[in-house]
Design a protein around this ligand. Sequence first.
Ligand code: ATP
Ligand code: MG
Length: 283
Amino acid sequence: MTMLIDQATHLRSLVQERRRASVIAVTSGTGGVGKSNIAVNLAIKFSAAGKEVVLLDADLGLANADVLCNIDLPHNLSHVIARKKELREVIVKTPGGFGLIGGASGLARMADLSDSDRQRLINALAELESRADVLIIDTGAGISPNVLAFTRAADHVLVVTTPEPTAITDAYAVIKVLSRDGAERRISLLVNQVTSAGEGRVVHDRIAKVARQFLSVTVFDAGYVLRDEQVPLAVRRRQPFVLGSPRCPASTCISQLAIRLEQGVAGAASGGFFNRMGKWFRR
Ligand SMILES: Nc1ncnc2c1ncn2[C@@H]1O[C@H](COP(=O)(O)OP(=O)(O)OP(=O)(O)O)[C@@H](O)[C@H]1O
Ligand SMILES: [Mg+2]
């Protein structure tokens, strides 16, 4: 009997060791385009599909995923940086089913981590990768060293923009920086707050064309999320919209995004499940 239990434990540890989370960094050029809402609601969709999901709120300085989820976090990344806690110890299970690691809102020193602290944090992510199927990182906006370090740790960078010209220009600037940092991962564009699917497609195609021409980089099409009044209402209610309004247009778009990402998952035979996303992402 004891031997059987020992064997089972051994097998389980082998399975756990082999697990390798896909790491998706959600980023943007301009702030306020919808990254955190997309990251939180996508995390819920993946969890509902039976995946073990961890969301890291890496928007150091302006973290707010905990506010969107209406959850109190006793510890967050600042405790990890201060070496008071291990990363795995600050994960809190949310009502949406995913584990949340809170950022360190309001702590100015988090916004400009030292190189060694930043590296230590990134190294700690590797430990998380063996504990989850999907690790989503809400990086915050812009191209600060912190944001770039988190995007470098990802298999896939989801650049979020809106159809506004300023957001498009800044999304392109981010893609330009990403395309030159030498890291190997997919870059895709998600157009948020569109009034139609066609509007999203036009924005993607414009950015993808310029990126191909001038940066020699492929920007995959992650799709779009419709502008939906339920999103700000959900933010005010502090209940993610896929939970509070599962059938609203924005929720449907998040479902499509999750399916799209998941098809990439199913299509990956080896080497991390997002590595083969190009097969089904529209070029
Ligand atoms: N699809 C949408 N439809 C309508 N409003 C939206 C949509 N997505 C986002 N918003 C609005 O935009 C606001 C900002 O969204 P969010 O906080 O997710 O952006 P962010 O990119 O994470 O911002 P920051 O750069 O400050 O972290 C939301 O509070 C919501 O009111
Ligand atoms: Mg945010």
